[in-house]
Design a protein. Structure first.
Length: 570
């Protein structure tokens, strides 16, 4: 049977079936690769801020995250969909962490598939798959699935990618043929992405600037802006809610950032993001991967044109939401920029491959192969290191649940505030009797010379908690002998209404920590920063650890709000 123009209708149907099967195969392959790469997270227990989030859910009325967004104004975040997602797991599965990690992993499996779908209107199948694959194997992407508390960084990608898919459908449609229905659907998905995490907010600016999808109508900018009106309404609604709940729509949390400090952070942010995307350290895999990415990006940026301007704007908009919180950089902060880089690389290689000279296509394919092969190499290097750290936290936290009076845990990695929440969870959720303590800095051994009880710690080789009681004298001697009591050290504190600000020196290399309660608590801190605190006073020591292995401490400094403290040695 032949259709209009003599074309074979059955042939077209067959080709469409093959195309649909190929698309389904790519989607399944991306989801399956995500499961294979990161499935080991199902072995983990609660870590990081999971205890705080769990406590936060159970102490509020049901569905407060939708009905009373300002339930806790002291918490300067607006992520109701995160709490909804976690609450669904809690109500279905209680306090078993396995379903929470399963949910995380399943959501991450959807991310590359959704990103692939968002790229297909503009790029051929091969290059769309390259962009989705690069996103999946990035070290910053790997960091997301390890922490239940950052699930919103995963789900925001799914919502935002689906918003782009709906937008492309609206642009492709003929006027009046369901255009506004798709535009509104895109805006609803965009609003959901914003309510998951604010990093999606800049998407409303980018959508009307995107080029016409392949085979779509070439709309003028004014027409695209008109079609983006629902997104503008969604953005205004989101910002209005954010102001009503938080007061300042651009306020960060944790570290305080002054206007002058914001400029400094802006200059430092590109370097910090580059470090995170390289897996936190220089390696042969990172160099090879980075070189391929740079070459692919240059093929989009040079010669300068509309694509270069759009890519540059997307990079800036992706970095802006994380700028206020980048004082102490976390891998997840680099995720928005990493998505732009993965997409821009695929678009640049696709542009390079469309040239008339056959050599250009070979270069594009070669760059893609190098990136797609060196990326997993880097991913596995980074994953083993990152997973080992979280696996240790998981083992330590599980052990704390079983600790009894007289048990002491040495150097747990989880922050002290989260350990306090774990102590609450131990009694209120797991119905275990109180008992046990911990210390996070070995200064505790030097300050407490008597018998501590049964001391336990994590053994990296055995990957489990072991009894360290007999080794304590040797550990004490090693740390105490490494202390240089007269080494130069300089600290300056200002404790204002806005927060605690400090300058530490004189060393630029090495690690600074704030140590509380003789080492029971310890926090790594940057040399210069500010942090929001609710407490009116804070006694602490400043510790400096040299790259050569020696350490030094300040005396205990008693900081009070409204005062300044300066101390130096000699």
């Amino acid at each position: 049977m032949r259709g209009p123009g003599g074309a074979d209708a059955s042939s077209r149907i067959g080709n469409g079936g093959i195309g649909a099967a190929a698309e389904a195969a790519v989607l399944l392959a991306l989801a399956g690769a995500a499961w294979l790469l990161y499935g080991s997270v199902l072995r983990l227990w609660w870590t990081h801020d999971d205890f705080f989030h769990y406590h936060f859910l159970v102490r509020h009325s049901p569905f407060w995250y939708f009905l009373d967004l300002a339930a806790d104004r002291q918490r300067p975040v607006l992520t109701p969909l995160l709490f909804f997602s976690l609450d669904v797991d809690r109500r279905l599965f209680g306090h078993d962490p396995y379903p929470f990690y399963f949910h995380n992993l399943l959501a991450l499996c959807c991310c590359p598939a959704a990103l692939y779908g968002a790229l297909r209107p503009w790029l051929p199948r091969w290059w769309s798959a390259v962009g989705a694959w690069l996103f999946l194997i990035g070290p910053v992407t790997a960091s997301l699935v390890l922490m239940v508390m950052v699930r919103h960084y995963i789900e925001v990608i799914v919502f935002a990618a689906l918003a782009v898919v709906a937008w492309a459908g609206a642009v492709r449609r003929a006027p009046g043929a369901g255009v506004w229905g798709l535009a509104v659907l895109s805006a609803v998905l965009y609003f959901a992405a914003c309510m998951a995490k604010e990093i999606a907010a800049p998407l409303a600016v980018l959508l009307p600037l995107l080029p016409a999808p392949r085979g779509g109508r070439a709309l003028r900018l004014a027409e695209r802006a008109r079609l983006a009106l629902p997104h503008a309404v969604a953005l205004i609604l989101y910002l209005g809610i954010r102001v009503a709940v938080l007061g300042d729509p651009f306020r960060g949390y944790g570290f305080v950032v002054t206007p002058s400090g914001l400029a400094r952070l802006g200059l430092e942010l590109p370097g910090k993001i580059a470090v995170e995307t390289a897996g936190g350290r220089l390696s042969a895999a990172a160099v090879l991967f980075g070189a391929a990415l740079v070459a692919g990006l240059l093929s989009l940026l040079l010669p300068p044109g509309r694509g270069a301007v759009l890519a540059g704007l997307a990079l800036v908009l992706a970095a802006l939401p994380v700028l206020p919180v980048s004082t102490l950089m976390e891998p997840r902060y680099a995720v928005p920029v990493w998505i732009v880089v993965a997409v821009a690389f695929a678009a640049g290689c696709a542009r390079l491959a469309t040239g008339e000279r056959p050599g250009r296509r070979k270069i594009a394919v070669g760059l893609a192969i190098i990136a797609c092969i060196s990326g997993p190499w880097l991913n596995r290097q980074d994953w083993h290191r990152r997973f080992a750290r979280v696996e240790r936290m998981s083992a330590e936290n599980r052990f704390i649940i079983a600790m009894k009076n007289g048990d002491v845990l040495r150097q747990p990695l989880t922050l002290a505030a989260s350990l306090d929440e774990l102590a609450w969870m131990k009694q209120a959720v797991y119905r275990r009797p109180p008992g046990g303590s911990w210390f996070q800095d070995d200064l505790y051994l030097c300050r407490h010379r008597g018998r501590l009880g049964r001391v336990w710690g994590y053994d990296e080789d055995q990957r489990r908690i072991v009894n360290l009681t007999r080794r304590i004298p040797a550990l004490r001697a090693r740390h105490c002998s490494a202390i240089r009591a007269e080494a130069p050290l300089r600290v300056s504190f200002r404790f204002t209404r806005e927060g605690l600000f400090w300058e530490l020196g004189p060393y630029r290399e090495g690690t600074y920590r704030f140590v509380l309660r003789d080492g029971a608590e310890a926090f790594e801190m940057p040399r210069s920063a500010g942090f929001r605190l609710r407490a009116e006073s804070l006694p602490l020591r400043v510790e400096y650890e040299s790259p050569d292995g020696w350490v030094t401490y300040s005396p205990e400094l008693r900081l009070r709000r409204g005062s300044s403290v300066r101390w130096s040695r000699p």
